[in-house]
Design a protein around this ligand. Structure first.
Ligand code: TRP
Length: 452
């Protein structure tokens, strides 16, 4: 097979921005706040932070180094390092295929709110029951995700991702600033203090293994780990860019955005529900139920809301484009199907698989695989089953097959490796064991065998 010369990111900032651009998306804005709300607020935040500097750090270093060492994306990279373990690359590649359809359903919800705000319906969007009426409608959410997938597919089909990336490099910092601004505004609302305390102050009574399972899944999802993405990014990284400090910067950036997204949403739930804490369990709809109320309470809220949803739509599209692009590349390389044809196939497949995730909140709400809605089910399969498996295998592979020295050598090409000890101990011992515990407990819990 002919290999095109890989274009490299020109410098460290370029690399960090590109990787952070892939990492920041609906995971930070939509997923993190509803999980933080649901799994105990401050205690979830604390567990997440601890996992980010230990697990997140270790796995991101490992993946980026594997990518840069081999110059290949996941499947090729594992194959080159040890043929017997190519299956890890394949397993990682399944994750984006599962994520993209339900990611598109949420992207569709963003389109709906964007349309609401642009057509002057921002007050209506803030009313109780607006979101529920929308997602239980049999056709509207389907039209929305269809449009979202269509836009994604057209961009991948035409090969104009680079243009979108350029625009998003300008828009993402604006989104970051806006998120911080809204978070500060939320904190000034009367009655937000209880919510703020719930969000930042760990309450150990809320701790359970579920908190760890949820935080770990979120970490992988948000930082695009355990799905081959960071290996691909690493393969484009120049040899003179420092891996360790890049990883630190990507993690800080991604975590800050998630933190402020939570701060703009979680306290607001307390403000607008008169302290009724059952609202914090809203799940995937939390952002869409809460934020319009925040915008409705501010001067110029309809304009700020519109700006916010445009930017979120952009963030969601850059992620979905990169997800689709990843899948198309795999199909193109492995099944030798032309890129355009592959895009078409993936787009149709994504629409079909998105259908149950969307209908699961409406006419199919009676069908609950493993007791979950379809969207939660797909989310569970990717985040609580597949990603821990891939992460565990990757750690095993690095720790005992190619050995941690092989990674350390790559990291140390141009700098010292300050947290090498942490990396080695995590990779060889702590990460695999904890991931196994998480995996087993979440499977047993889903099957109803034990209650965690
Ligand atoms: N990390 C992204 C987010 O926070 C979501 C995501 C998962 C992603 N896998 C990806 C983005 C692959 C780009 C490529 O929303």
């Amino acid at each position: 097979m002919k290999h095109k010369k890989r274009s490299n990111f020109s410098n460290k900032l370029g690399f960090v921005l590109a990787a952070a651009g892939s990492a920041v998306g609906l995971g930070n804005l939509w997923r993190f706040p509803y999980l933080a709300a649901k799994y105990g607020g401050g205690i979830f935040l604390l567990v997440y932070l601890i996992l980010a500097v230990t697990f997140g750090f270790t796995i991101m270093i490992g993946e980026i180094a594997i990518g840069r060492k081999t110059g290949l994306s996941a499947i090729g990279a594992f194959e080159k390092l040890d043929k017997k373990y190519t299956f890890i690359g394949y397993l990682a590649s399944i994750v984006p295929i599962i994520i993209l359809p339900y990611y598109s359903v949420i992207g569709g919800w963003v389109i709906k709110y964007f349309v609401d705000f642009i057509s002057g319906n921002s007050v209506k969007a803030a009313k109780d029951g607006h979101f529920e009426a929308f997602i239980s409608n049999p056709t509207q959410p389907i039209i929305c995700f269809f449009i979202f997938i269509l836009i994604t597919a057209i961009i991948v089909f035409l090969g104009v991702e680079k243009g979108v990336e350029k625009v998003s490099k300008i828009l993402m910092p604006v989104l970051a600033i806006l998120t911080v601004g809204i978070a500060i505004y939320t904190a000034t609302l009367p009655g937000s203090i209880d919510g703020l305390l719930y969000y930042v102050k760990p309450n150990f009574n809320h701790f359970s293994i579920k908190t760890v399972v949820a935080a770990m899944g979120q970490l992988f999802y948000s930082m695009s780990l355990a799905m081959g993405i960071m290996i691909t990014y690493g393969s484009y990284m120049k040899k003179d860019v420092k891996i360790e400090s890049s990883v630190t910067q990507i993690e800080i950036f991604d975590t800050c955005i998630a933190f402020f997204a939570g701060m703009m949403i979680v306290p607001a739930v307390f403000v607008f529900n008169n302290g009724d804490s059952s609202a914090i369990n809203a799940g995937p709809g939390l952002m869409f139920i809460t934020l319009p109320k925040v915008f409705n309470s501010m001067n110029l809220g309809s304009v700020i809301g519109l700006l916010f949803f445009i930017l979120v739509l952009f963030a969601a599209l850059t992620s979905s484009i990169s997800l689709m692009e990843t899948i198309v590349s795999i199909i193109h390389d492995k099944l030798h199907i032309g890129r355009k044809k592959a895009t078409l196939i993936i787009a149709i497949f994504t629409c079909i698989v998105a259908l149950p995730s969307s209908l699961g909140f409406g006419i199919w709400s009676g069908i609950t695989p493993l007791g979950m809605s379809f969207l939660d089910f797909f989310d569970f399969i990717s985040n609580s089953i597949l990603m821990p498996i891939v992460a565990m295998l990757t750690c095993f592979f690095i720790g005992f097959v190619i050995k941690t020295d092989a990674i350390a050598e790559e990291v140390k090409l141009n700098s010292s490796f300050k947290r090498e000890k942490l990396f080695v101990i995590m990779t060889k011992y702590i990460a695999p064991v904890l991931l196994l515990i998480i995996l087993v407990s979440s499977i047993l819990n889903a099957l109803g065998i034990v209650k965690i």
